[in-house]
Design a protein around this ligand. Structure first.
Ligand code: ARG
Length: 486
């Protein structure tokens, strides 16, 4: 590489008029190419354009309210911002070399359109409070969207649960067959985990509902700005109380990225299970063709790639969280450019979770369960062992003793001394009533306690699951201030 070329930009000094930096007054030389290449964030932060325009409009209305802009200036800047929105929406906005981020690009264009009035847009504002405002607005819209998609996935799980009727399968501990459980119970188990995810996102949204606009670069302003008014205008629940905290706080990003990582972990657990369930060894589930892939070489293959990627991509969601926490940990007050590193992990986590939820929801909604295979696996005689012990407990035997009695029958059965049913029948303590518990399909009906895996308890669970879904939607609908451009 020719070093002279690399430094030419800097030595040439002034950028073309259109490409002036926001700080050109203090500088005689222009930015080097390598500085620009390293520091620009436009490629990813342009997705906040709606929020930047919404924030700028509220700021402009605020400046006008306190007399820092005339009515005409206010209107000129607002209509320039509207024009920028049209250009952004139609992808006709022309970026230039000096647009290091979306804030710079929009302010430059507003000044081109509105003339001198545009130069007043940034009065009493810094990109530090601007970017924090934009990112909170972005989160309000996008995290709400993730929450809605999670509710849809919970609904798909419920649909399949209702369709499964009294189908049962082995429940596992240590991935060893343990006790039969209803398929509906198993599917809803994942839905409850997603319910906590929705509730966590809503909590995060409430906590991040604070406007940093008006904090300036770090210390507020000598001008009579109105942060409380702009917060209300933007639909935030309140304005910041401390300007240093306002511009340097990224707790909300860390929380969001954590929420998304945990969602990713829940999706990964579903993924792992479905990889197993679709295998020849388990054979519990058949995927719809639209949600499976084939092999380029092996003609017989039908692969669960969605489930595998849900498992695989959880790694990067965890990485996004740990990377962000490491970025934040050493930062002195207040804004530091390090904070620009908050966006890529957040955007990536939101995007990946959104894609995963959509694909998994479709995969689950369209799958067919191999009822016979599932039930046959759960009909293995030894799965009734706990029911036999509990039968003895009902007759007054201490559980520890009952456990040993049944354990001995299981051992004899494994040693080939007879079927468990026959061994139980021959035991006067258990007899015919005991043997009946070993019969296929009986065990799952025995799970009657609250929240248990059998049909009686399920009715109550379906009711509370539905209530959870309704409450989630009520809470999501009541989230305020999710702005488009207005
Ligand atoms: N692109 C920057 C970011 O994302 C905007 C704020 C820049 N502020 C500054 N003082 N250089 O953090």
């Amino acid at each position: 590489m020719d070093l002279d070329d690399e430094h030419k930009f800097a030595r040439d000094g002034e950028l073309p008029a259109k490409a002036k930096t926001l700080w050109h007054g203090r500088f005689t030389g222009g930015p080097s190419e390598s500085l620009m290449a390293y520091t620009v964030s436009l490629s990813y932060d342009q997705r906040m354009w709606r929020d930047d325009i919404a924030g700028s409009k509220a700021h402009v209305r605020g400046l006008a309210r306190v007399g820092l802009l005339t009515e005409d200036e206010r209107n000129d800047i607002l209509s320039a911002l509207d024009q920028v929105a049209v250009e952004m929406e139609s992808a006709t906005f022309e970026f230039v070399a000096s647009d290091e981020d979306i804030h710079t690009a929009i302010e430059r264009r507003v000044t081109e359109i509105a003339g001198p009035a545009g130069g007043k847009l940034h009065t009493a504002r810094s990109r530090n409070d601007q970017v924090a405002t934009d990112l909170r607005l972005w989160c309000k819209r996008e995290l709400k969207d993730v929450a809605i998609r999670l509710v849809e996935m919970q609904e798909a799980l419920l649909e399949q649960a209702l369709g499964a009727g009294d189908t049962y399968l082995p429940g596992y501990t240590h991935l060893q067959r343990a006790q039969p459980v209803l398929l509906s119970h198993h599917l809803m188990a994942h839905g409850w985990a997603l319910g906590r995810d929705v509730s966590r996102l809503i909590d995060t949204l409430h906590r991040l509902d604070v406007s940093p606009l008006g904090a300036g670069a770090l210390a507020g302003s000598s001008l009579p700005i109105d942060p409380v008014g702009t917060a209300a205008d933007l639909g935030f629940a309140k304005a910041f109380d401390n300007s240093l905290d306002a511009v340097s706080d990224r707790d909300f990003v860390a929380e969001a990225v954590f929420d998304l990582a945990l969602i990713g972990i829940h999706l990964s657990r579903i993924g792992e299970e479905w990889v197993l369930w679709t295998s020849g060894e388990f054979g519990f589930v058949k995927l719809d063709d639209g949600y499976a892939t084939g092999s380029s070489m092996l003609p017989q293959k039908k692969n669960p790639d969605i489930a595998e990627l849900a498992r695989g991509k959880s790694g990067r969601l965890i990485g996004n969280l740990t990377g962000l926490l490491a970025t934040l940990k050493g930062l002195p007050m207040a804004y530091n450019r390090d904070l620009q590193e908050d966006k890529e992990p957040l955007f990536d986590s939101v995007e990946q979770v959104t894609l995963a939820v959509a694909a998994l929801t479709g995969m689950i909604a369209t799958a067919t369960f191999n009822v016979d295979v599932m039930q046959a696996a759960a009909d293995e005689e030894t799965m009734a062992a706990t029911d036999l012990a509990e039968f003895l407990v009902r007759g007054g035997m201490p559980f520890r003793e009952a456990h040993a009695v049944v354990g001995a029958h299981v051992q004899a059965c494994i040693a080939g001394e007879g079927s468990l049913a026959d061994l139980v029948r021959a035991d006067p303590l258990l007899g015919e009533d005991g043997a009946a518990l070993v019969a296929p399909g009986v065990g799952v009906k025995m799970r009657t306690s609250r929240g248990a895996a059998g049909p009686a308890a399920r009715e109550e669970q379906v009711g509370s699951y539905r209530t959870m879904l309704e409450n989630e939607m009520i809470e999501i609908r009541s989230l305020t201030g999710v702005t488009g451009v207005n």
